[in-house]
Structure formats: C-alpha cells, structure tokens
Design a protein around this ligand. Sequence first.
Ligand code: 9MG
Length: 281
Amino acid sequence: MSKIIQTKTITSIKCDLNKTQVMGILNITPDSFSDGGQFTCFNSALKQVEQMIINGADIIDIGGESTRPGAVDVSAQDEIFRVIPLLKAIKSRFDIKVSIDTSKEEVMGEAITYGADMINDVRALQNKGCLEVVAQSNIAVCLMHMQGLPRSMQENPQYKNIIDDILEFFKQRINCCEHHGINKDRLVLDPGFGFGKTLAHNYEVLAKLTHFKSLGLPVLAGVSRKSMIGNLLNRKVNERLAGSLAAAIVAIEQGANIIRVHDVQESVDAINILSAVAQYK
Ligand code: 9MG
C-alpha cells in the first residue's frame, strides 16, 4: 500500500512529517570569544557547520547564550556580536536552514533581518517585545516549555500533572501568538527536557511525548547529552552518545518531528535504521 506523504509547511521551514528533521547544535558560548581568538573561533564554527551539513543536518541551531542550570545572563549586544556574523556567513556559504536560539527581542530582530529561518526560544516568546518582533516577520518559531528560569529552574521543580501542565502552557502560548498575528502554522512545540524538570519528570515527558501531538503542531525534542542521560546512566558529558541516541529514538517513535542534537552523523544513522524498519510496518 502506498504511503500518504503528509507535508506540513511551517513558514520558512519545510517540515515533512514523514521524515525526522535533524537540528545540529552550534553553541557560541561566552568563553568562545573571551581570549581575543575571535577569528579562530569564527572559522572553527563555520567548519563545524560544514561538517554538520555533510553529515546530514537539516537545520543548524546557533546559540549565543547558555541556558544551562545556573547560567549567567548575557547582554543583547554580546549575543548579537556572537551570533549574527555567523548567521550571515552561513547563509552566504551554505544552503541550510538556520535557527537562532535566543529570548531577546533585539537578537530576534537582527536574526530576522539577516535571514534566519526559525527562532528557537526557550522562553516561548514571553520576554518583552518578542511577540511583536516575530509577528512582523514570516519566520518559524519553536516555543519551548520551561518551569522557572535557568538560574534556579532545577531547585525542586513541581507539577500537578506534568503533561497537562505543559499542554496548558502550549495552549496559552499558541493563543498568545495567534492574538499577536503569528499564525499557528509557523509554530513548533518543545516540552523542554531538563528545563525545570526532575529526572522522573523528564522520563515521563519522553514516554508520553505523543500527548503533545494532539495540538496539531510539529514537536521538537532536545535530549542530546543532557543530565537526564548522564544522571540515569552515571555518565560524564563526553560519555553520553549511546544514551542520547537511545532517547532520541524513543522521542522519534513517540512522534518527535525534529531532534536537536550534538552528534549529527550518529543521529542520522539512527534515523535511517528507524526508516528502514518503518517501511515494513
Ligand atoms: C537551547 N536549548 C537547549 N536545550 C534545548 C531544548 O531541549 N530544546 C530547545 N528548543 N532549545 C534548547
């Protein structure tokens, strides 16, 4: 029997719901630029992007602010300085979708001006001015759920029912976006693994990821190298590849359309195995 190809267009990002999109992570962290080695850092970031593209990435996610637990704030100017020259360089050299991981209206504005395809906002456009800036564009947006803020989010997170609470949050954010003129077809939802969630919360969300599909939007999952892998397996950050791949496979089986990963080649291999098996289901 022939398969129905269900293709959904979220503006600027063609999201084929039958093919998992791989989002490669490019972190331009504060210390990358602190030794005056900007040029080296810039070139090595571009090389990393090229390698991720060769390895099969569909989207590159560039972040200039750390969102790890306890991370300190970065100014909008610093973030723009780190992220925008790279966005411009990537767009002029490669044919690849670029997502900018930011929660600041100023950075979003610049990202839109210089051709970003998606804003990846861990604060789901809740910061001042963000809804308005994004509404003036056609860009896609990833709305991520987070309880609390990075500085303190891992201090005793609590939920009545984590799945219902996240669903309610998504509904409110979708309404807010639509109210500001951001069409639903531009949105991607992300439950935010590790953002104000205990180990048990993270695994419950992973097990029940399909629940978020009820809102009719693509779902993004970011589990790569996170503490939910390290703490369960007692593995350091550089020992989390197998655990990350296993969790990504579960996320895809539970309906994730986009996976956000550090290890692009290995993730693409895992997806290809899943696709080969899926043909016979
Ligand atoms: C920036 N960032 C770090 N972790 C993330 C995750 O799980 N999802 C999204 N959308 N962004 C993330």
